[in-house]
Design a protein around this ligand. Sequence first.
Ligand code: ZN
Length: 130
Amino acid sequence: MTQSPIASWRTQDTLYKLEGSYCPSCSTYALPAPRICSCGNTTLTPYQFSGNGTLISFTQVTSATSDFYHQPPFCIGLIELEHSIRTVGQLVDTSFEDLYLYMPVIGVFRKLYSHPHGIIQYGIKFKHRP
Ligand SMILES: [Zn+2]
């Protein structure tokens, strides 16, 4: 399901730059950045994740919603970034057969999907990091 253009605008720092947060009270990192940390602190510092990560699980999608109708088959993975933060992302420039556990990956800026009214949503996908 695609996000509304407004929701996409509000989450663009996470989608475009992998920007999360750091809580100086409990030394916790988060992606996406919450408004309130689990410790109750509301004064969070923006934190830019590097995009370097490790592939810790993956699968191939052969049937997807109409939003991604033109893309199957494609691969998605669970990626562990620095500070043990995990995120899910599409894996690009590779095939399912070339993926392996603990493969180093890096975030790349790519088109995610098109909204019904023509707005193109961009964001971070992941590819092999040699
Ligand atoms: Zn905290």
